[in-house]
Design a protein around this ligand. Structure first.
Ligand SMILES: C[S@@+](CC[C@H](N)C(=O)[O-])C[C@H]1O[C@@H](n2cnc3c(N)ncnc32)[C@H](O)[C@@H]1O
Length: 247
């Protein structure tokens, strides 16, 4: 049985990829859906509680909307809030995001530890992007918001970086698309390269668990196997989805 949280309106909640900060539902509804998703993650044993500072999240969102150059994104306002909240609650000392494109998905995670949304001190916040021009844009975007030395943007293949990574990873965010080769199937390659750096209790977030589930077949089979992960929940709050797993 696949553990899942599915909001009743997930398939009617649709964003314009070129207007990531346009409000598409009342804020109270966005908060309610994300609260329900967080409660499902707590119930699965992945989160210790569901509390995060909602005002700080809004300050973070405003700052990113004002400062970042984002050509497009499929991260909906609900997903932005969910990813920020998971990081704010878990407070990972070492967070790694793989396939960060222009840096927006990186800051959805790292925004809990830098800038206006900061609610804890991290040790390392690492973003990896294989396309040098996008890594450069991510660096510009992130530096417009913080000069925090814990932030590192690396222009390289996440599989190689993680195979040689020299720290324990508390939270791994996966969003690489294989740069045209095996698509999102690269998530499993990245996860396996990182596996021995993830501790028991580390959390892995994987975007596109719904719309690209076919490409993620082997990845989803791996994280949903109790021999590999203690819990894994498919969070369906929009058409993209987020698989949240705990090693
Ligand atoms: C298109 S983005 C994902 C967009 C994101 N879901 C959003 O909605 O904003 C995926 C990124 O992963 C990068 N990528 C692909 N394979 C990678 C790899 N092996 N290591 C690091 N980055 C990779 C691509 O260059 C691309 O910028």
């Amino acid at each position: 049985m696949v553990l899942e949280y599915r909001s009743p309106d997930w398939d009617r909640y649709v964003m314009n990829y070129r207007e990531p900060f346009k409000q598409i539902e009342p804020l109270e509804q966005e908060i309610r859906v994300v609260d329900e998703a967080l409660a499902a993650l707590k119930h699965a044993g992945i989160l210790p509680h569901t509390d995060y500072d909602r005002e700080k999240f809004l300050a973070h969102r405003k700052e990113v909307a004002e400062k970042f150059e984002i050509p497009w994104t499929a991260i909906t306002p609900r997903m932005h809030r969910l990813i920020y909240a998971i990081n704010a609650i878990l407070q990972p000392k070492v967070m790694v995001a793989a396939g960060i494109f222009c840096g927006f998905t990186f800051i959805c995670n790292a925004g809990a530890a830098v800038g206006q949304g900061k609610c804890y001190d991290a040790k390392r916040l690492v973003g990896i992007e294989i396309k040098p021009e996008e890594a450069a844009r991510a660096e510009r975007n992130v530096r417009s918001l913080t000069d925090d030395p814990t932030v590192e943007i690396i222009a390289a293949d996440a599989v190689e970086v993680l195979a040689n990574f020299d720290d324990t990873i508390d939270l791994l965010y996966l969003d690489a698309d294989g740069a045209g080769k095996n698509g999102k199937g690269v998530y499993l390659d990245i996860l396996l390269a990182a596996w021995d750096k993830l501790r028991s209790g580390s959390v892995i977030l994987a975007h596109n668990s719904v719309n690209l589930a076919h490409q993620l077949k082997h990845y989803l089979e791996f994280v949903r196997n109790p021999q590999n992960c203690r819990a894994s929940v498919n969070v369906v709050i929009d058409g993209e989805g987020l698989e949240v797993s705990m090693k």
